[in-house]
Design a protein. Structure first.
Length: 190
Protein backbone atom coordinates (compact mmCIF):
# COMPACT_ATOMS: atom_id res chain seq x y z
CA UNK A 1 0.00 0.00 0.00
CA UNK A 2 1.22 3.54 -0.78
CA UNK A 3 2.34 5.52 2.27
CA UNK A 4 -0.46 7.89 3.32
CA UNK A 5 0.03 11.49 2.23
CA UNK A 6 0.87 13.70 5.20
CA UNK A 7 -1.29 16.80 5.09
CA UNK A 8 -1.07 19.79 7.43
CA UNK A 9 -4.34 21.70 7.85
CA UNK A 10 -3.40 25.29 8.68
CA UNK A 11 -5.92 27.38 10.60
CA UNK A 12 -5.24 30.84 9.19
CA UNK A 13 -7.07 33.15 11.60
CA UNK A 14 -5.99 33.81 15.17
CA UNK A 15 -8.47 36.27 16.69
CA UNK A 16 -10.43 35.61 19.90
CA UNK A 17 -13.81 34.06 19.07
CA UNK A 18 -12.77 33.06 15.54
CA UNK A 19 -14.87 30.72 13.44
CA UNK A 20 -11.90 28.85 11.94
CA UNK A 21 -11.70 25.98 14.47
CA UNK A 22 -15.35 25.03 13.77
CA UNK A 23 -14.56 24.51 10.10
CA UNK A 24 -11.25 22.83 10.96
CA UNK A 25 -12.93 20.26 13.25
CA UNK A 26 -15.41 19.35 10.52
CA UNK A 27 -12.66 19.03 7.89
CA UNK A 28 -10.47 16.98 10.22
CA UNK A 29 -13.36 14.54 10.80
CA UNK A 30 -13.93 14.15 7.04
CA UNK A 31 -10.21 13.57 6.44
CA UNK A 32 -10.06 11.16 9.38
CA UNK A 33 -12.38 8.75 7.58
CA UNK A 34 -9.74 8.18 4.87
CA UNK A 35 -6.78 5.82 5.00
CA UNK A 36 -4.84 7.39 2.11
CA UNK A 37 -4.02 10.56 4.05
CA UNK A 38 -2.81 11.53 7.53
CA UNK A 39 -3.96 14.97 8.54
CA UNK A 40 -2.56 17.04 11.39
CA UNK A 41 -3.82 20.47 12.43
CA UNK A 42 -1.37 23.40 12.53
CA UNK A 43 -3.11 26.23 14.36
CA UNK A 44 -1.56 29.68 13.91
CA UNK A 45 -3.05 30.72 17.24
CA UNK A 46 -0.68 28.25 18.95
CA UNK A 47 2.36 28.94 16.79
CA UNK A 48 3.76 31.91 18.73
CA UNK A 49 5.08 33.58 15.59
CA UNK A 50 6.53 37.08 15.93
CA UNK A 51 4.75 40.02 14.29
CA UNK A 52 7.64 40.68 11.91
CA UNK A 53 9.76 38.38 9.79
CA UNK A 54 12.75 36.87 11.58
CA UNK A 55 14.59 33.57 11.60
CA UNK A 56 14.90 33.83 15.39
CA UNK A 57 11.82 31.83 16.43
CA UNK A 58 10.65 30.67 19.85
CA UNK A 59 10.60 26.89 20.54
CA UNK A 60 6.89 26.84 19.70
CA UNK A 61 7.51 28.79 16.50
CA UNK A 62 10.25 26.35 15.47
CA UNK A 63 8.00 23.38 16.27
CA UNK A 64 5.29 24.90 14.09
CA UNK A 65 7.66 25.31 11.13
CA UNK A 66 9.00 21.78 11.66
CA UNK A 67 5.45 20.43 11.64
CA UNK A 68 4.87 22.13 8.30
CA UNK A 69 8.22 20.92 6.94
CA UNK A 70 7.21 17.32 7.67
CA UNK A 71 4.06 17.53 5.55
CA UNK A 72 3.75 16.45 1.91
CA UNK A 73 0.82 18.78 1.23
CA UNK A 74 -1.19 21.56 2.83
CA UNK A 75 -4.78 22.62 3.26
CA UNK A 76 -4.99 26.30 4.14
CA UNK A 77 -8.14 27.27 5.97
CA UNK A 78 -8.73 30.97 5.43
CA UNK A 79 -11.44 33.52 6.10
CA UNK A 80 -11.76 36.72 4.09
CA UNK A 81 -10.61 39.97 5.70
CA UNK A 82 -11.24 43.06 3.55
CA UNK A 83 -11.24 41.07 0.31
CA UNK A 84 -8.01 39.30 1.17
CA UNK A 85 -6.57 36.83 3.66
CA UNK A 86 -5.55 37.55 7.28
CA UNK A 87 -2.18 39.11 8.06
CA UNK A 88 -1.51 36.21 10.47
CA UNK A 89 -1.54 33.85 7.52
CA UNK A 90 0.87 35.95 5.45
CA UNK A 91 3.23 36.11 8.40
CA UNK A 92 3.16 32.31 8.75
CA UNK A 93 3.65 31.70 5.03
CA UNK A 94 6.64 34.08 4.95
CA UNK A 95 8.14 32.69 8.15
CA UNK A 96 7.89 29.07 7.07
CA UNK A 97 9.79 30.09 3.91
CA UNK A 98 11.19 27.03 2.22
CA UNK A 99 8.78 24.38 3.52
CA UNK A 100 6.31 24.96 0.67
CA UNK A 101 8.73 24.21 -2.17
CA UNK A 102 7.49 21.67 -4.72
CA UNK A 103 4.43 20.78 -2.65
CA UNK A 104 0.69 21.21 -3.32
CA UNK A 105 -1.60 23.56 -1.41
CA UNK A 106 -5.40 23.35 -1.31
CA UNK A 107 -7.85 25.81 0.22
CA UNK A 108 -10.91 25.73 2.44
CA UNK A 109 -12.39 29.21 2.77
CA UNK A 110 -15.25 30.94 4.51
CA UNK A 111 -16.66 34.42 4.81
CA UNK A 112 -19.64 36.48 3.73
CA UNK A 113 -21.08 36.61 0.22
CA UNK A 114 -17.92 35.48 -1.52
CA UNK A 115 -17.24 32.56 0.84
CA UNK A 116 -13.62 33.67 1.20
CA UNK A 117 -12.84 33.03 -2.45
CA UNK A 118 -11.20 36.43 -2.89
CA UNK A 119 -8.77 35.47 -0.13
CA UNK A 120 -8.03 32.21 -1.92
CA UNK A 121 -7.34 33.92 -5.24
CA UNK A 122 -4.88 36.26 -3.53
CA UNK A 123 -3.10 33.36 -1.86
CA UNK A 124 -2.37 31.61 -5.15
CA UNK A 125 0.32 34.05 -6.40
CA UNK A 126 1.93 34.09 -2.95
CA UNK A 127 2.37 30.31 -3.04
CA UNK A 128 3.54 30.40 -6.67
CA UNK A 129 6.37 32.69 -5.57
CA UNK A 130 7.33 30.06 -2.99
CA UNK A 131 7.48 27.26 -5.60
CA UNK A 132 4.28 25.62 -4.36
CA UNK A 133 1.46 24.37 -6.57
CA UNK A 134 -2.04 25.41 -5.63
CA UNK A 135 -4.74 22.93 -6.63
CA UNK A 136 -7.86 23.91 -8.50
CA UNK A 137 -10.53 22.34 -6.30
CA UNK A 138 -11.64 24.33 -3.26
CA UNK A 139 -14.19 24.10 -0.48
CA UNK A 140 -15.88 27.38 0.32
CA UNK A 141 -18.56 28.29 2.84
CA UNK A 142 -20.76 31.33 2.23
CA UNK A 143 -22.46 33.05 5.15
CA UNK A 144 -21.53 30.45 7.80
CA UNK A 145 -23.87 27.56 6.90
CA UNK A 146 -23.09 25.55 10.06
CA UNK A 147 -25.57 24.30 12.66
CA UNK A 148 -25.27 24.48 16.47
CA UNK A 149 -23.42 21.15 16.51
CA UNK A 150 -20.71 22.65 14.28
CA UNK A 151 -21.75 20.66 11.20
CA UNK A 152 -22.42 22.12 7.73
CA UNK A 153 -26.17 22.33 7.10
CA UNK A 154 -25.57 20.83 3.65
CA UNK A 155 -23.56 18.00 5.11
CA UNK A 156 -23.51 15.87 1.97
CA UNK A 157 -22.56 18.70 -0.39
CA UNK A 158 -19.80 19.91 1.92
CA UNK A 159 -18.38 16.42 2.37
CA UNK A 160 -18.43 15.85 -1.36
CA UNK A 161 -16.54 19.11 -1.96
CA UNK A 162 -13.97 18.14 0.69
CA UNK A 163 -13.53 14.73 -0.93
CA UNK A 164 -12.94 16.28 -4.36
CA UNK A 165 -10.38 18.66 -2.84
CA UNK A 166 -8.57 15.87 -0.97
CA UNK A 167 -8.51 13.65 -4.08
CA UNK A 168 -6.98 16.52 -6.08
CA UNK A 169 -4.42 17.20 -3.36
CA UNK A 170 -3.61 13.50 -3.12
CA UNK A 171 -2.83 13.27 -6.83
CA UNK A 172 -0.49 16.24 -6.76
CA UNK A 173 0.94 15.29 -3.39
CA UNK A 174 1.92 11.78 -4.49
CA UNK A 175 3.30 12.98 -7.82
CA UNK A 176 5.40 15.72 -6.23
CA UNK A 177 6.57 13.48 -3.37
CA UNK A 178 7.90 11.03 -5.94
CA UNK A 179 9.45 13.82 -8.01
CA UNK A 180 11.16 15.36 -4.98
CA UNK A 181 12.52 11.95 -4.01
CA UNK A 182 13.98 11.45 -7.49
CA UNK A 183 15.52 14.89 -7.74
CA UNK A 184 18.99 15.08 -6.21
CA UNK A 185 19.37 18.77 -7.04
CA UNK A 186 16.15 19.48 -5.17
CA UNK A 187 17.15 17.59 -2.06
CA UNK A 188 20.51 19.37 -1.94
CA UNK A 189 18.81 22.76 -2.25
CA UNK A 190 16.02 21.96 0.22
C1 LIG B 1 -11.22 42.71 9.69
C2 LIG B 1 -12.29 41.90 9.02
C3 LIG B 1 -12.58 42.11 7.68
C4 LIG B 1 -13.57 41.35 7.04
N1 LIG B 1 -13.77 41.51 5.71
C5 LIG B 1 -14.60 40.69 5.05
C6 LIG B 1 -14.71 40.76 3.63
O1 LIG B 1 -14.10 41.58 2.97
N2 LIG B 1 -15.54 39.90 3.01
C7 LIG B 1 -16.26 38.95 3.71
O2 LIG B 1 -16.98 38.19 3.10
N3 LIG B 1 -16.17 38.86 5.05
C8 LIG B 1 -15.35 39.69 5.73
N4 LIG B 1 -15.22 39.59 7.09
C9 LIG B 1 -16.01 38.58 7.78
C10 LIG B 1 -15.15 37.37 8.06
O3 LIG B 1 -14.87 36.63 6.90
C11 LIG B 1 -15.82 36.51 9.11
O4 LIG B 1 -16.03 37.30 10.27
C12 LIG B 1 -15.00 35.30 9.49
O5 LIG B 1 -15.65 34.60 10.51
C13 LIG B 1 -13.62 35.69 9.97
O6 LIG B 1 -12.88 34.55 10.26
P1 LIG B 1 -12.50 34.19 11.76
O7 LIG B 1 -13.79 34.17 12.52
O8 LIG B 1 -11.87 32.82 11.69
O9 LIG B 1 -11.58 35.25 12.23
C14 LIG B 1 -14.28 40.36 7.75
C15 LIG B 1 -13.98 40.16 9.13
C16 LIG B 1 -13.00 40.90 9.74
C17 LIG B 1 -12.67 40.63 11.19
Amino acid sequence: MTTPLRIALIIGSTREGRFGPTVARWFEAVAGRRTDIELTVADLADADLPAHWTSDLSPRGRAFVEQLAGADAYVVLTPEYNHSFPASLKQAIDTAGRVWRRKPVGFVSYGGLSGGLRAVEQLRPVFAELHATTVRETVSFHQFPFDEAGQPRDHEGAEQAATVLLDDLLWWGRALRTARGNDEAWSEAA
